[in-house]
Write a protein that binds this ligand. Structure first.
Ligand code: 5GP
Ligand code: ZN
Length: 117
């Protein structure tokens, strides 16, 4: 639930290589990998390497990191779908967040206009 710590955080383990993932991009600040249950032809999770519980915490603590996550999403879309993409950040359990390490869902690779939010 929301009280998940760095020690038992799935995405911290993925970033550390302790849980396998299909990496699509990495730099000093972010790690990006394919979602295990893709909701679009391309569905990538962009995750800060530093643990924050959600995207609002990133914005508060390090707005430049949030901007960088958006830049990385743009780069993925540039390589896959003419620079067009949907960015979703579920924030809180009632909003549908299930992993409490901040992440942005990047959906692209196809026409998304008929895909529900
Ligand atoms: P949330 O529901 O928190 O917005 O998004 C969490 C996402 O993580 C979900 O889309 C889910 O499919 C994905 N996910 C959960 N566990 C794993 C995993 O072990 N590997 C990968 N690649 N994605 C995962
Ligand atoms: Zn974490």
């Amino acid at each position: 639930s929301e009280q998940q710590t760095v020690d038992d955080c799935l995405f911290c383990k993925i970033i550390a290589g302790q849980v396998p993932s299909n990496k699509v991009y990495e730099d000093e600040r972010v790690y990006a990998f394919k979602d295990i249950e893709p909701k679009a032809k391309v569905h990538v999770l962009v995750v800060p390497k530093q643990h924050y519980a959600n995207i609002a915490k990133v914005a508060q603590a390090d707005p430049e990191l949030l901007a960088h996550m958006v830049e990385v999403a743009q780069g993925i879309a540039d390589q896959t779908y003419r620079g067009q993409f949907r960015l979703i950040c579920n924030t809180g359990e009632l909003a549908g967040q299930s992993v409490f390490h901040a992440h942005a869902h990047v959906l692209t690779g196809e026409d998304l206009r008929d895909l529900p939010m």
